[in-house]
Design a binder for this molecule. Structure first.
Ligand SMILES: [Zn+2]
Length: 452
């Protein structure tokens, strides 16, 4: 076995049939061969994970490394590695400077080269002023897609792109063969409801959910779908919280619109009933919905109707999440380290299997962002991004043991049936089940191949 420097043995998840015990042979950071059954003559270094499943490294296609300066790509990718995530798609809304031009992008690439422990794909966005003109230079410089918002979260960092520009920007994204990831919430519905609640002195956690009613999401989803249908641009709907949003997207896809969609672990695990206990910690946009909506998302996920589950990791420390007035808290929660565990345990508990898990946290996200040439499956020639998930290693989550700078987790004290026991990134162990390994800065920027 010339050139093979590592072998990993376990139940290999290939996407077809029941995972069987096999051996992944790694040479030069790539998968040389998947051999079933494992050979009698192991190469110099073999890691046997026993009955654990070996999955393609998870791709978290929605994280925010830079929304809070305390996090950065170092802490974020450390948390990713410990959670079995070997590639993150990082949002462009950084506090320092949003990724709207080639200079900002190049500074961010430098930070990947200094800090990242696993691989990073980068999104760009556009300035409300220049809009479509920002698109082509960023694509040339290596972004895998764009994030656009129909809601103004922050005028500088996270602005709204108004309807008059949206069509032009989508057309430019289409012409570059890129993809538009859209935050779909309707500002005209939400902002007056927040103002009214504040005026009336409503400050309880549930007031946040009431200020962003279901129609404020579904209406904006429809807007994005109509614009995608009109322009022929590829649209990825971020963080859908409602079964109806999924159904609307599916209807447009059936009509021929090029649309994909994601939901997040928090919409699958929590409902507005959890707001009372967790308060501002679970203030997330869009908000948590009813228990029936949560179950409706699970039904659609396990039926293969949702492309991806992504964390929408937002690394706010507790000091930004525990104000008594819910509206004073930042929106979002950390989740990159818990993504794979929540999805794997949840899908298994609902009768799904590890092929289904690999589909929504690795294969589909890779395809959406043009990364399938290197990532998303365990096949010869692909990057040796491999994660071991032990389905029998039950544990109770302790937020103090996580690696994000946020320092807390909405899943604290929750019981899980299995855990991530090994993460290998391009043939290098970065998480051994107990400790992080590998040098910050070993992570690389990955660029996608463009869609036609
Ligand atoms: Zn986000």
């Amino acid at each position: 076995m010339a050139g093979v420097d590592l072998s990993i043995v376990g139940r290999v998840v290939t996407g077809r049939g029941a995972p069987a015990r096999a051996e992944i042979l790694v040479a030069g950071g790539r998968i040389a061969e998947v051999r079933e059954p494992p050979s009698d003559q192991p190469p110099a270094r073999r890691i046997d994970t026993g009955e654990a499943y070996l999955l393609p490294g998870a791709i978290d296609c929605h994280v925010h490394s830079g929304s809070h300066p305390g996090e950065g790509l170092g802490a974020l990718t450390a948390a990713a590695a410990a959670g079995g995530v070997t590639t993150v798609v990082d949002m462009p809304y950084d506090a320092e400077a949003p990724v709207v031009d080639v200079d900002v992008l190049s500074a961010k690439r430098d930070r990947v080269a200094q800090q990242a422990l696993v691989d990073v794909a980068l999104l760009g966005t556009v300035r409300p002023g220049t809009g479509a003109a920002d698109v082509a230079p960023l694509v040339e410089a290596g972004v895998v897609g764009f994030k656009l918002s129909l809601f103004c979260t922050d005028a500088r960092r996270f602005p709204r792109i108004h309807d008059e520009q949206f069509l032009e920007v989508l057309a430019a994204i289409r012409d570059c063969g890129s993809i538009a990831c859209v935050h779909a919430e309707n500002e005209e519905i939400i902002k007056p409801l927040i103002a009214r609640a504040r005026q009336a002195g409503e400050r309880s956690p549930l007031a946040h959910c009431r200020s962003r009613p279901p129609v404020s999401e579904t209406q904006a989803v429809l807007t994005a779908l109509e614009y995608a249908r009109e322009t022929g641009a590829r649209l990825h709907l971020c963080h859908l919280s409602l079964p109806r949003s999924v159904d609307l997207a599916a209807r447009y896809a059936a009509e021929g619109a090029r649309v994909s969609m994601e939901t997040c672990p928090h919409y699958l695990c929590f409902s507005e009933e959890d707001m009372e206990r967790q308060g501002g910690r679970l203030k997330i946009n869009p908000p948590l919905r009813s228990p029936a909506d949560r179950e409706g998302l699970w039904e659609r996920l396990t039926a293969g109707k949702i492309d991806a589950v992504a964390s929408d990791h937002a690394p706010w420390p507790l000091s930004d999440k525990t104000h008594a007035d819910v509206f004073d808290n930042h929106s979002g929660a950390p989740g990159v380290e818990t993504l794979l565990t929540v999805v794997a345990c949840g899908i298994e508990a609902r009768g799904g299997n590890m092929n289904d898990v690999a589909q929504v946290v690795s294969a589909r996200p890779a395809a959406l962002f043009g990364l399938s040439g290197r990532k998303g499956s365990l096949e010869a020639g692909k990057d040796a991004d491999v994660v071991a998930f032990d389905p029998g290693a039950a544990f109770t989550l302790d937020e103090a043991k996580l690696h994000s700078n946020a320092g807390w987790s909405p899943y604290d004290k929750m019981a899980f049936s299995g855990r991530v026991t090994l993460t290998v990134s391009r043939g290098e162990v970065v998480w051994d089940g107990e400790q992080l390994q590998g040098r910050p800065g070993r992570g690389q920027v990955v660029e996608g191949s463009r869609h036609e």
